[in-house]
Design a protein around this ligand. Structure first.
Ligand SMILES: [Zn+2]
Length: 228
């Protein structure tokens, strides 16, 4: 699935997802590495245009990691064993799944620019609608529940001043004040969004496998050795 800009190999071309460490671990790391400026990711996904030479990709990544506060030796350890595999996955999700199954920094490609099938388009619309519905439901029944001066407990019906409540638990009965029915409904909505996403991914893999579109590098770097 194409996402707007496919500009050629510049810094702007790179998109990243990082997985943050838990606060506790990063605090521990701060203690042990108090000299260096600490970065907080233990996994990061980088994407580059297929036209960019792998040596330049490495240079760009190195520059970015230096900016983030990694030392040169840390960067060498992150790059240790990096391999740009000439393997093309049908979808980005499939590529990421593969990369996450490896315990090291690695690079593969995934297909881009293939016109989605009608089924993909319709699933995409359904996902957007369901997500919207879930968001609205959560806002009304979960988030806003505790924004009023008094809150009524859905389990024991007590009406309690907000200042005595530690959400989501009821100080009287100890249950979740939002109530089982509401929580179940929200969970059901979440699950149906998830199920639609699984269907979409299955369809995208099937559809894309029939075409050769453009390609894009995706690199996953991990920091197991320096995460302490
Ligand atoms: Zn209660």
């Amino acid at each position: 699935m194409k996402k707007g800009k496919e500009t050629s190999g510049t810094k702007a071309d790179r998109t990243m997802i990082t997985r943050k460490r838990g606060r506790r671990r990063s605090e521990q790391k701060l203690l042990s590495l108090s000299q260096s400026k600490v970065s907080h990711w233990e996994e990061k996904l980088w994407e580059y245009d297929i036209t960019m030479p792998t040596s330049r990709i490495r240079d760009e990544m190195t520059k970015e990691m230096l900016r983030e506060g990694f030392t040169k030796s840390e960067i060498n350890r992150i790059f240790k064993g990096i391999f740009f595999k000439e393997k093309v996955f049908n979808t980005k999700t499939q590529a990421v799944e593969f990369l996450r199954s490896l315990g090291k920094t690695y690079a593969v490609k995934y297909k881009i620019g293939i016109k989605p099938s009608a089924k993909m388009e319709s699933l995409k619309k359904k996902i957007a609608m369901k997500e919207e519905k879930l968001k609205a439901y959560e806002e009304v029944h979960l988030s806003r529940k505790f924004e009023t001066e008094f809150v009524v407990c859905a389990s024991c019906r007590s009406r309690i001043s907000r200042k005595y409540i530690k959400p989501p638990l009821c100080p009287v009965c100890g249950e979740d004040m939002r109530g089982e029915a509401v929580l179940k409904k929200a969970e059901a909505l979440r699950q149906s969004v998830q199920a639609l996403k699984v269907s979409y991914e299955r369809e995208a893999r099937r559809h894309n496998s029939k075409f050769t579109g453009g390609e894009r590098w995706i690199i996953r770097t991990i920091t197991p050795e320096i995460s302490g």
